[in-house]
Design a protein around this ligand. Structure first.
Ligand SMILES: [Zn+2]
Length: 150
């Protein structure tokens, strides 16, 4: 999972899609930890990718996004998944976990807000609502200004 954790979530996801769409056109192993290959970009471009599995930071791609930078781009991710398909399962599992965590967190937040609202007196509720509406100029505009002008 080393390389994936260095990639942005965007690059990881698009790299996964490139892997699925078989954008990796060819690759060869250079030595125990190093590979190079060609990965098709979104257009007709073919990028040259150099991958170091042990030290992902030494990996390179000549696409405009990653060229001369130590960035893990989607082309590197695609090659990584092609060479190590079991990493795909780990990656997908992690995404699922994160999603579940986010859902739980949202549920928890919802409960807390609900509990908080129920604990407030009518006066306090009015005050809180007033404060929230006052901080949403577009709501005030919709409700009071637009109707009068148009
Ligand atoms: Zn790239």
């Amino acid at each position: 999972m080393g390389l994936i954790s260095l990639a942005s979530s965007r690059s990881a996801w698009f790299g996964y899609e490139y892997y699925k769409d078989k954008n990796v056109k060819n690759y060869k192993q250079i030595n125990e930890n190093e590979y190079e290959g060609s990965v098709a970009g979104s257009g007709k471009n073919l990028y040259h990718v150099f991958l170091n599995i042990k030290n992902p930071r030494f990996s390179k791609c000549d696409c405009p996004f990653a060229k001369d930078k130590r960035i893990i781009c989607k082309h590197l991710v695609a090659l990584f998944f092609t060479i190590l398909p079991h990493e795909v399962d780990k990656y997908l599992k992690k995404i699922e976990e994160n999603q579940r965590e986010a859902e739980l967190w949202e549920e928890e937040l919802h409960k807390k807000v609900e509990k908080y609202i129920r604990s407030l007196s009518k006066e306090a509720l009015k005050e809180a609502l007033h404060e929230i509406l006052y901080q949403s100029p577009e709501w005030i505009f919709d409700r009071f200004v637009r109707d009068r002008i148009y």
